[in-house]
Design a binder for this molecule. Structure first.
Ligand code: DAH
Length: 346
């Protein structure tokens, strides 16, 4: 390889080694700059004879052109690299969903709650709201569940620290304390009226227990119901339930059954099951509520005479009803906040 070939090879290599445009310009100066190697060669021409100068000069010129071409090629390739890097950095995934202002929607359980309120409202039931941090008396004692009652252990919940000033409080294990809160107020408000106007109320809301699996969540919903008057019986309870469930599920093809059960605050007590006559759950009995005739001790705690006032109460699970309404098989989906699940209910 002669010296000029070598020079072209050196320059090409130096350009290829330059990782950035700035370093490439430095490399260029080493070959084509004022003190660069090509310029040095040109300077050397002066010492040659006329003929030698002509041929050597032409060769050097060619060399210079080849080096300039190599430089240009490297410049182009660096510019391409940069463009590609930029394109990669700004890559657009056109398969991603676009950005838009989302429209909100009600949570499926809220939808069910609203429907429950509307249906019972149409039957003349008031809707009451009450504290989720309840005291022991309303949650248990007033509901005929004294301190040593075994039913309390089925309602294990979250208690306020016994050393705190709110000791004796707990996250309510059911909405039943609202029966007492509402009835006591109702009785006070209508004191002196004879007979007392009937109590007809539902109390939907959040409740808490130490429970967690596909059909239980530590926070869940209940809707309490209470109807007290002088002549309210199981017959009325059955009619109310029949109306309610047919309305809620928008079908008349539905059976209701009462199964004997036990609750401290009712006597007799029953679990309420429903069965659809068609659809995916056809023929299966599904437990949807607890109910019963309000226990005389509880009626007494309302401030009423149990010999005169009688009626029924029930407690149902809006979460379970929502699962049935929409065919959801895992309760936990309601509380995970996953938009892919929730947006289906918009
Ligand atoms: N409080 C009961 C529970 O959480 C449900 C219940 C059953 C409520 C019977 C009632 C009732 O009012 O009469 O399991």
């Amino acid at each position: 390889m002669n010296d000029l070939e070598e020079l072209v090879a050196d320059a090409t290599l130096a350009f290829a080694d330059a990782p950035t445009p700035a370093e490439l310009e430095n490399a260029k100066a080493r070959f084509l700059g004022k003190a660069g190697r090509v310029t040095e060669l040109m300077k050397g021409l002066g010492a040659l004879s006329h003929d030698e100068k002509k041929s050597r000069g032409a060769e050097i010129n060619q060399t210079k052109q080849r080096i300039e071409a190599a430089l240009q090629a490297r410049r182009q390739s660096l510019a391409n690299d940069e463009l590609n890097a930029q394109l990669r950095a700004e890559a657009l995934d056109v398969s991603l969903p676009g950005r838009h202002r989302g429209t909100g929607g009600l949570h499926p359980v809220s939808r069910t709650m609203e429907r429950i309120e509307a249906i019972f409202g149409s039957m003349g039931f008031d809707v009451a709201d009450g504290p989720e941090i309840e005291d022991d008396w309303y949650n248990f004692t007033a509901l005929n569940t004294p301190e040593d009652h075994p039913a309390r252990s089925m309602h294990d919940t979250f208690y306020v620290d016994t050393r705190s000033e709110r000791a004796g409080h707990l996250l309510r294990t059911h909405t039943s304390p609202m029966q007492v809160r509402y009835a006591v107020q109702h009785v006070k408000r209508h004191a002196g009226l004879d007979p007392m106007p009937e109590i007809r109320v539902i109390a939907p809301g959040r409740t808490y227990r130490v429970d967690s699996d596909a059909t239980h969540s530590p926070m869940f919903h209940q809707c309490e119901g209470l109807w007290i008057g002088e002549d309210v019986s199981f017959k009325d309870l059955k009619a109310v339930f029949a109306d309610f469930f047919r309305n809620l599920f928008e079908t008349d093809d539905l059976q209701i059954r009462f199964r004997p059960s036990f609750f401290p605050f009712t006597e007799p007590s029953a679990e309420v099951d429903i069965a659809f006559a068609s659809g995916p759950l056809k023929g299966q009995w599904l437990e949807v509520a607890g109910s019963g005739q309000v226990h005389p001790n509880v009626v007494r705690n309302f401030g009423l005479d149990p010999e005169r006032y009688i009626g029924f109460a029930f407690g149902m699970g809006p979460d379970r009803l929502t699962m049935l309404r929409y065919g959801v098989n895992d309760l936990r989906l309601f509380y995970e906040g996953d938009m892919r699940f929730l947006s289906q209910f918009k």
